[in-house]
Write a protein that binds this ligand. Structure first.
Ligand code: SF4
Length: 649
């Protein structure tokens, strides 16, 4: 039987296990990336583990999430990150150089390599044939130390693309269509492998828009085969020698197949406030738009912004619509500026922003209350923009530009009929990506050779070995689809404490219940209860680290998002799955007791746990975990486990 492309790359990197769905496999990691919200903990853990040099081919530290400097805390963190990259041998991308995924794809991503990143949109270079997975920070730390990364072998799903995109439909509409069909849970436990004749009609950057936002489906990763489009893109980047042809075998067998006919697609939008609330633009046309933002790691490339610039050339944006363009990398900004497009956009009324995540996580450009904001981003979770009553729509750059011109949501095909000279801009790659590299510091150019820790850099909290008796109050009961943004919001006022866990913990789940952190600390132990898909969203390990610091010992949920589930193991919190009836019956404030000897049960492979509620009735909860995950949990988390391993070896 032939192999899928996923199997070929995994087999090339396999160090443990068999490529059978559901089996745990260990794979060698070639490249790692981390960014500024997750990076400080990555390096503090690297130091705490006694590691002294990065072992992967490439390690890159980016500063992208928080580049605005309100006080010393960000600058402290960025200086620490620069010093850690220099000390341990990683590339350092300076604040303002761009979003990790954009800078990584421009400089390092390569076909056939494996990439592990402490950011949930790490799968972006899957569009270049790299097998790229998002993980918690401590997984990155361990991989940088040269150890394999362990993951359950996902199902491999064939997403067969047929036909060709019609005018005004874009790569963004391909992934929005996938979200419309599969929902934000539809990719969980799956790798989406794109095949079929439609693939070659898409340029590499378009493919990376699709693989980037595959994260919103909950997929482990998404990947495209490589071909002349991949080679062409790498050549324009000046890295043509890194091209490798990668295709699945003709007789490869997949676990499932989805067919998308590109020629059937039309401009789509995801409505507030979930990326899968997708409808054709025409269905929501006519609503006033107060803000438009083009950018992010999904649509912040030169090729994404050029269509906007072409549509705005010689026109003016609507008076009532604030329009911001924030390229994904400084290279994209520089090239657009050299070509004169920045001036064209500014003349049309655009506010040109620095290359940063910024508004995507509510840092800057917060929309006015209860107003429509059209964004080319990948997420529109409620409150992520920085205010609770936001109305964020996700769309392609073309739909965003049309809204900027019209001042309302409009199908660009209708605008084309109304506006003389407006035509579909299509996709155009530059002859050469030729931005300067001054903001990317290679390990051999490092400016520091020792760690610099200012007062904002705290210690890494470590949990003791898992207890045998776990009991306590159900401190908070939550609904389905609780995101890591709910658990630890990524807004400026909160995120600046990312390197100071005691302070950051005060904000834990404050968006759900602002008394939670105080109650948890006082209770000194207890449980969280949640519905389906608990912890979806980012890879932010603070979403497990802070509950751990507050004393949370277990989470009872109907299901968990993949990265957050791994983070719970990594920080010694027991993630137990419960059925719908149990979820319905447990109330906030109930007394929960795990009847089993928890340490023994976890370590010995026991799957079913007896949970007593209010000393009144008993229910069953399940721990579905590999032995390695159980060992990590029993040790009190990955840091303690890694230390134990080092001492034992
Ligand atoms: Fe940055 Fe937003 Fe992309 Fe995350 S999703 S890396 S916050 S641009």
């Amino acid at each position: 039987m032939g192999q899928t492309l996923t199997e070929k790359i995994l087999e090339d990197h396999l160090v443990e296990g068999e490529l059978e769905t559901g089996e745990e496999i260990g794979i060698e990691i070639d490249q790692v990336l981390t960014q500024d919200t997750t990076g400080t903990m990555v390096w503090l853990q690297f130091e705490a583990m006694g590691l002294d040099e990065v072992q992967t081919e490439i390690a890159a530290q980016y500063c992208d999430h928080q580049t605005y400097q309100f006080d010393f805390k960000n600058t402290d963190d960025h200086r620490f990150l620069r010093s850690a990259a220099g000390t341990f041998g990683a590339h350092f991308s300076r604040p303002g150089n761009g979003i990790c995924h954009n800078v990584h794809r421009e400089n390092f991503a390569a076909p056939g390599k494996t990439l592990l990143g402490s950011d949930s949109h790490t799968p972006t270079p899957g569009g270049l044939g790299e097998l790229a997975i998002g993980a918690g920070g401590i997984d990155i730390t361990v991989a940088m130390g040269g150890a394999p990364y362990y993951v359950e072998m996902p199902e491999v799903v064939n997403v067969r693309l047929e036909g060709e995109l019609p005018e005004w439909a874009t790569a963004k509409d391909v992934i929005l269509e996938m979200l419309r069909r599969l929902t934000v849970k539809g990719g969980v436990g799956k790798i989406l492998e794109y095949t079929g004749p439609g693939v070659e009609t898409l340029t590499a950057p378009e493919r990376m828009t699709i693989t980037n936002m595959g994260t919103e489906l909950g997929a482990t990763t998404s990947i495209f085969p490589t071909d002349h489009q991949t080679e062409d893109y790498l050549e324009r980047l000046g890295r043509g020698d890194e091209y490798v042809e990668l295709q699945p075998d003709d007789d490869a067998e997949y676990d499932d197949e989805i067919v998308v006919d590109l020629s059937d697609l039309e401009p789509l939008v995801a409505q507030p406030s979930m990326p899968d609330k997708v409808v054709p633009v025409s269905e929501v046309a006519g609503q006033d738009v107060e803000q438009v933002i083009v950018g992010s790691c999904t649509n912040g490339g030169y090729e994404d912004i050029l269509p906007v610039a072409k549509m705005l050339e010689g026109r003016e944006i609507a008076m009532e619509t604030e329009t911001i363009v924030a390229p994904g990398s400084k290279q994209a900004s520089e090239m657009l500026a050299r070509d004169g497009w920045v001036a064209e956009m500014m003349a049309a009324g655009v506010n040109f922003s620095e290359a940063t995540c910024g508004a995507c996580i509510g840092i800057g450009h917060v929309p006015a209350s209860d107003s429509v904001s059209m964004r080319t981003f990948n997420r529109n979770f409620e409150g992520r923009s920085g205010i609770e009553d936001d109305n964020v729509f996700l769309c392609s750059p073309e739909v965003a530009a049309a809204a900027a011109i019209a001042g309302e949501i409009v199908d660009p095909r209708d605008l084309e009929d109304e506006l003389e000279g407006l035509e579909a801009p299509g996709v155009e790659l530059p002859d050469e990506y030729d931005g300067s590299k001054t903001d990317l510091i290679a390990p051999d150019e490092a400016v520091d050779d020792e760690l610099i820790k200012g007062p904002n850099i705290g210690d890494v909290p470590i949990r003791d070995q898992l207890s045998s008796d776990i009991s306590g109050e159900a401190l908070l009961k939550m609904e389905d689809n609780i995101t890591t943004d709910h658990i630890i919001p990524a807004t400026q006022d909160i995120l600046m404490y990312r390197s100071n866990v005691p302070k950051l913990s005060e904000f834990t789940l404050s968006r759900v219940d602002d008394t939670f952190a105080e109650r948890a600390l006082e209770a000194d132990g207890g449980f969280l209860v949640a519905g389906e898909n608990y912890g979806q969203g980012s890879s932010r390990e603070h979403a497990a680290l802070c509950p751990m610091y507050l004393g949370i010992e277990g989470v009872l949920a109907q299901s968990f998002a993949r990265i957050h589930r791994a983070n719970l193991f990594n920080f010694g919190i027991v993630p137990l799955t419960i059925d719908e009836d149990t979820y319905e019956n447990i109330d906030q404030g109930d007394e929960i007791e795990i009847v089993d000897d928890v340490y023994e049960a976890v370590a010995s492979g026991q799957e079913e746990f007896t949970v007593r509620v209010n000393d009144d009735y008993e229910v069953t909860a399940t721990l579905d975990a590999s032995q390695r995950e159980r060992d990590i949990l029993a040790a009190g988390g990955k840091l303690s486990w890694t230390k134990e391993q080092a001492q034992g070896s």
